[in-house]
Write a protein that binds this ligand. Structure first.
Ligand code: C2E
Ligand code: MG
Ligand code: MG
Ligand code: MG
Length: 292
């Protein structure tokens, strides 16, 4: 009936089931948000490739589900990404990230950045920047430059002009912007040219396979060169081994993130990771590469 009069459509029971599961998941996310203690931010460190200095972390969402256990974003985000509840969850992520930044600040760690992933749905809200400003105002001691918003290419739902305007507003608040998963979408070059970003993140799927796949290596080389040409800091995701790090440094990347440094960890494990972090011995060698 929604489609208007005089129209037929076939009824597919599988579609009906999928829609029901979808609605159920959305309701479950709302329940969890109300319960207040099921979502968590895990932290994955980002370090300088030259000497292993900790630059900060990316906040990665997890759901400690009472029946299903610890869920990664792939298990629930795709299903809710386009729903209104994504905004509520996204707001929770921002609040929690600011709370963690405040903890770092209070402990004297005032140079680390914390990056959060922002879903396209959140950027469709024209009041996003204004509301972000209100959140930042609740933490008057925090330097907004410590917060970084990771944006993916699919965020230009309303066109790149609208996204550029909105991100300019965020930028004026002082927060940093990173282009995430670079190279996996279709409008990469326009993004580099138009968006007020200071960081580009090379997608994990390309970095991981540089030793096995010559085209992935070429893509990574190209992205690093492009990032540099645009004056952006280049962060390599998916750095799984010291050899990956060494190559990325040779190619000119600035920072690394990946299982080779640390897996995402609960926020309360961060301090002890920091205390125990030692760059792999081969990084001494990288230093001399960086200098030459
Ligand atoms: P992303 O932003 O590209 O985050 C990096 C993903 O790569 C994370 O997966 C991380 O655990 C994984 N990863 C890091 N290092 C390595 C490595 O060396 N090897 C491999 N194979 N994987 C690595 P995760 O945590 O499952 O998150 C997946 C995606 O979910 C994220 O990709 C991001 O797009 C989305 N996401 C996570 N948290 C949030 C959030 O709070 N809000 C929104 N909107 N999206 C989020
Ligand atoms: Mg990210
Ligand atoms: Mg990424
Ligand atoms: Mg990714």
């Amino acid at each position: 009936k929604r489609e208007g009069k005089n129209r037929w459509c076939l009824f597919d029971p599988r579609e009906d089931e999928a829609a029901a599961a979808h609605a159920e998941l959305i309701a479950d996310v709302r329940r969890a948000l109300a319960a207040g203690n099921e979502f968590r931010l895990f932290l994955q460190p980002r370090v300088a490739l030259t000497d292993g200095t900790i630059r900060g972390a990316e906040a990665l969402l997890r759901w400690q589900h009472p029946q299903r256990g610890l869920l990664a974003p792939a298990a629930f985000l795709p299903a809710i990404e386009l729903d209104e509840v994504m905004n509520t969850l996204g707001d929770w992520v921002l609040d929690e990230a600011l709370r963690l930044l405040q903890q770092w600040h209070d402990a004297g760690h005032r140079a680390w950045m914390l990056s959060v992933n922002i879903a396209a749905r959140q950027l469709r809200d024209p009041s996003f920047a204004e509301r972000l400003g209100q959140r930042l105002a609740r933490h008057p001691q925090l330097d907004p430059r410590r917060l970084e918003l990771e944006i993916v290419e699919s965020s230009a739902l309303e066109g790149i002009d609208a996204l550029e305007r909105l991100l300019e507003q965020c930028r004026r608040l002082g927060v940093a912007i990173a282009i995430d998963d670079f190279g996996t979408g279709y409008s990469s070059l326009a993004y580099l040219k138009r968006l007020p970003a200071s960081v580009v993140k090379v997608d994990q799927s390309f970095v991981r396979d540089i030793f096995d796949d010559a085209s992935d290596l070429r893509i990574v080389e190209g992205v690093v060169a492009l990032g540099q040409a645009f004056g952006l800091r280049v962060v390599a995701e998916g750095v799984e081994t010291a050899a990956h790090g060494e190559w990325l440094l040779r190619l000119g990347a600035d920072e690394a993130q990946g299982y080779g440094i640390a897996r995402p960890m609960p926020a309360d494990a961060w301090a002890s990771w920091v205390a125990s972090w030692q760059p792999p011995p081969s990084w001494q060698r990288w230093r001399s590469i960086a200098r030459s």
